[in-house]
Design a protein around this ligand. Structure first.
Ligand code: AKG
Length: 205
């Protein structure tokens, strides 16, 4: 599939071993002292994922980043593990881009999980203007990922993101609309012991 400039799909980028290790770390973080939760966004709708932000917290009411979760429990966002950061920065390099990730939004999708079309545009103006990429890593069940244009109404392509895939969008693609229309249940590699899907998106504020 031909992707637009600035978008790179690295299929099967993570080895099965790396996937297993990362999935275990994601699970531990999500059920840790600062647990994942289901954000309620502006307008009152519940998101269809469980979310945990690392490094900085994205507030679903204000659409701003902050250090503590004032839209939920006022707990501090856990730090971004250095191994996560190194992985994401390396993936950006592999895709020919530069990222100095300082935050990660970790989402868990169950069989009914999804995410509407949106732009990632809450990072700093400097980061957005420079086209610093978002690096996305998928683990577990396959997602039907939608990747559109710079306007909500632009046509979208549907890209299956499988466990171990990385997807990078920066430069002229940084503000493209994207989302997840559905999860394909029971497609996770059995050795992950994961029902559902983790997605990690790394950004540079
Ligand atoms: O789950 C995905 O593949 C996309 C996640 C996403 O769009 C986001 O976190 O902003």
């Amino acid at each position: 599939m031909d992707l637009p400039p600035g978008a790179v799909h690295l299929a099967s980028h993570l080895t099965p071993d790396a996937q297993r290790k990362l999935a275990a770390e994601c699970r531990a973080l999500m059920d840790g002292d600062v647990p994942a939760y289901v954000p309620v966004v502006r307008g009152g709708g519940k998101m269809h994922v469980r979310m945990l932000c690392l490094g900085r917290h994205w507030n679903g009411q204000t659409y701003r980043y902050e250090s503590v979760r004032t839209d939920f429990d006022s707990l501090p966002a856990p730090p971004l593990p250095s191994s996560f950061k190194a992985l994401a920065d390396g993936i950006a390099r592999t895709a020919g881009m530069t990222l100095d990730a300082d935050l990660c939004i970790l989402n868990y999708y169950d069989a009914d999980g999804r995410m509407g079309l949106h732009q990632d545009k809450d990072e700093s103006p400097g980061s957005l203007e420079a086209g610093v990429p978002v690096v996305s890593i998928s683990l577990g069940d396959t997602a039907r990922f939608l990747f559109g244009g710079l306007r909500r109404k632009d046509p979208v392509m549907a890209i299956p993101l499988q466990s171990g895939d990385a997807f990078v969008f920066g430069g002229p693609s940084r503000l493209r609309y994207h989302g997840v229309s559905r999860i394909v249940p029971d497609t996770a590699p059995p050795e992950l012991g994961l029902h559902g899907r983790f997605n990690l998106t790394f950004r540079q504020f």
